[in-house]
Design a protein around this ligand. Structure first.
Ligand SMILES: *Cc1c(COP(=O)(O)O)cnc(C)c1O
Length: 403
């Protein structure tokens, strides 16, 4: 024993911010010293000897075996996203839905209860209600922003809490830390779908969540090209449990898509800030237009959970919803009057998109359930892209009454 304190070798990358991590974390460089990452389009990998093959198969030596398990380009994407989210492990999947499927099938069994926030992404609700229940998983829902209601909704067999925050399309905010504490006190785990804010603005693991879900299809790609997804978390829960399911069941990400996402992540931080800048200014502007009712955007001081959003995230994202006077007719008129903005439900693209939730993304739920969720006939959702703000304003103005 000596009095001299240990001075461990410091990791110079430990302090990197999100922009640097998106560009520099898990850089993939082969013997050709390429500056931009390579795609490894191979389904299997070879060994130098039978003995080496035996060691790799036995897990005694690291190495690639087969593309369903690992691939260098996919691994670079996984490691980069894990670093950005502050997790130890990441499992990449073929889509965002495949990430949710992998998480639940890897960690839950018949008789377990899954408690989720009301108003999730439509395919997520269908997966829960139409498929997981077939295999004996109980599913119920709690209002996203009401922690007391979550407490009441817990059952003795509740194993997983699942939330999307901010919610779509009304941008309600979950108190991630409170829900994580609630889950853990109950012996359950919390998963947060972080698709809307990305690690540039929100890091659910640091707030206590056990899993982060991504649809890489959205902002990680950022230009509407490829489908992909990921589960991020710790070395056991994700690195072993979720990975074990993924390598066996096979909903893996293709190396080409991983390469597109690696390129997307290099610009994620600048893009998210630009998306948000446009969204914040568009929301304030909409608030002042004739013919527009309530505007839903967590960055507005009038948003009921503005303070919570400010405390747990460093940005408010790119989704802005608003009520148009005249109900469905007014909303459809505004949508149909646009000439530039794309009429599509996708989001996370450079191109701004516009939808009428009541008749598209939320069209299959009953009118009562829709009303209870606050999705009115006049509601319009805009996923704000990177065009010039003035051009977005001009496009939306076409369908509004002129003062
Ligand atoms: C798009 C989306 C998903 C599903 O992702 P896919 O890549 O389309 O499978 C899940 N959650 C949210 C919040 C989404 O927007």
């Amino acid at each position: 024993m000596t009095d001299t304190p240990d001075t461990p070798e410091e990791d110079p990358t430990a302090l990197w911010g999100p922009a640097t991590l998106g560009i520099r974390a898990a850089e993939l460089r082969g013997p050709e010293m390429e500056h931009s990452p390579s795609i490894y389009p191979t389904s299997s990998f070879v060994f130098r000897s039978a003995a080496e093959a035996a060691r790799v198969f036995a897990g005694e030596q690291e190495g690639n075996v087969y593309g369903r398990f690992t691939n260098p380009t996919v691994r670079a994407f996984e490691q980069r996203l894990a670093r950005m989210e502050g997790g130890d492990a990441c499992v990449a999947t073929a889509s965002g839905m495949a990430a949710i499927l992998s998480l639940v099938l890897a960690t839950m069994k018949a008789g377990d209860h899954l408690l989720a926030s009301a108003g999730l992404f439509g395919a997520t609700i269908n997966l829960f209600n139409n498929y997981f229940v077939k295999f004996g998983i109980e599913v119920s829902y709690a209002p996203l922003a009401d922690v007391e209601a979550w407490k009441q909704a817990l059952r003795p067999n509740t194993k997983l809490l699942f939330v999307e925050t901010p919610s779509n399309p009304l941008t309600e905010i979950a108190d991630v830390r409170a829900l994580a504490d609630l889950a853990h006190a109950h012996g359950a785990r919390l998963a947060v779908d972080n698709c809307f804010l990305t690690p540039v603005f929100q890091k659910p693991l640091a707030l206590g969540a056990d899993y982060v879900i991504h649809s890489a299809t959205k902002f990680l790609d950022g230009q509407g090209r490829c489908l992909g997804g990921a589960v991020v978390g710790d070395a056991d829960k994700v690195g072993k449990e979720v990975f074990g399911f993924m390598r066996t069941a096979g909903p893996c990400l293709s190396p080409f898509n991983a390469w597109v996402f690696l390129k997307g992540m290099e610009t994620l931080a600048v893009r998210m800030k630009a998306h948000e800048d446009n969204a914040r200014r568009l929301a304030s502007w909409l608030n002042e237009q004739v013919g527009i009712g309530r505007v839903f955007y967590p960055g507005l001081a009038s948003h009921p959970q503005h303070e919570l959003a400010r405390a747990q995230s460093s940005g408010y994202g790119a989704i802005v919803s608003f009520e148009v006077e005249g109900g469905r007719q007014g909303a459809w008129k505004l949508i149909d009057s646009t000439r530039m903005i794309s009429i599509t439900a996708n989001l996370g693209d450079t191109r701004t998109t516009i939808t009428h939730p009541a008749t598209t993304t939320h069209g299959r739920i009953s009118a009562e359930a829709r009303a209870a969720a606050g999705i009115s006939e006049g509601l319009v959702r805009v996923a704000v892209g990177l065009e010039d703000l003035e051009d977005l304003q001009a496009d939306l103005l076409r369908g509004l009454p002129q003062p």
